[in-house]
Design a protein around this ligand. Structure first.
Ligand code: SAM
Length: 266
């Protein structure tokens, strides 16, 4: 069985901070995913890479029969606290799921395909476990700059930080992080009636909580922060405090975001 060590490595030790921060950004797609899935109690649904389980909890609440998977042990532990006792969180991930062909009516992966080591193999696996006529739904972040990334770039600049390096996939494995690129992934996995669209989200988060997520090393910008020495990190925090004050709505930062929601039929 092939193991995606990149995914496991990148999320190790991050689960509590993720649950407290970026999980709520990722949860912004839940209404659109549930709408696209049209779940009913007789549906067998697989969610892959459930993270802290916010979407999984909503799928379970719909009455559909949910199977959840998550490769990172601390994420699994948090997901269990958000899920009914009868929902097992299976220790598994792309590109090798421990399920037979055609096993589920609907297969969902929320911001997972953009984190795996081989996205094409990952989407093929999502398609394999979906029954003929069933639906695969996934979300990714497009490659366009994010509001929080733009803020962070100014913070890096003001603090005179060393330009960070980002962990990217080899070009032969990567895909274009756009609606066109995502359609290509789905079509390449043999899915039909494929669709992809951008959806607008808004993420509200307290400034200290956001910074704590970065200090834990979440996302490209968190990893970029941890690449700096202690003195530079302190300068970055001072620059962030100064800049973020001007962005507050009440006591929270408001980050508009764009996600890509895509899917297709097996
Ligand atoms: C950005 S988080 C999204 C979590 C959750 N789906 C959500 O919306 O909050 C990415 C998740 O993918 C998981 N992951 C990483 N590599 C994976 C793989 N190869 N297969 C499945 N999940 C993976 C991580 O452990 C993490 O929980």
């Amino acid at each position: 069985m092939a193991v995606d060590t990149r995914g496991a490595r990148n999320w190790s030790g991050l689960a509590p901070a993720y649950a407290d921060t970026f999980a709520h950004l990722c949860a912004g797609t839940i209404p659109a995913l549930l709408d696209a899935a049209g779940l009913a109690p007789e549906h067998d649904v697989l969610e892959v890479g459930v993270g802290s389980g916010l979407l999984a909890a909503r799928i379970a609440a719909s009455g559909a029969r949910l199977t959840a998977t998550e490769p990172e042990p601390d994420m699994r532990a948090i997901a269990r606290t958000n899920l009914p006792a009868d929902v097992e969180v299976v220790a598994a991930g792309l590109p090798d799921l421990p399920f037979g062909d055609d096993a589920f009516d609907t297969v969902i992966a929320n911001f997972v395909v953009n984190h795996v080591g081989d996205p094409r193999a990952g989407v093929r696996e999502l398609a394999r476990v979906t029954r003929h006529g069933g639906r695969v739904l996934l979300t990714i972040w497009p490659s366009t700059p994010t509001a929080q990334g733009t803020l962070f770039t100014v913070v890096l600049d003001r603090a005179g930080a060393t330009p960070p390096t980002f962990d990217t996939l080899p070009t032969d494995l990567d895909f274009e992080r756009s609606t066109a690129g995502t359609l290509g992934l789905l079509g390449g996995a043999g899915l039909v009636d494929v669709h992809a669209r951008e959806i607008a989200l808004v993420w509200r988060i307290g400034p200290d909580r956001f910074w704590a997520g970065l200090e834990a090393g979440i996302g490209g910008i968190g990893k970029a922060l941890l690449q700096q020495d202690d003195v530079t990190q302190r300068r970055m925090r001072a620059a962030y405090d100064d800049l973020s004050r001007g962005l507050l709505d009440g006591d929270e930062l408001v980050f508009p975001a764009t996600a890509i929601l895509a899917g297709g039929v097996r």
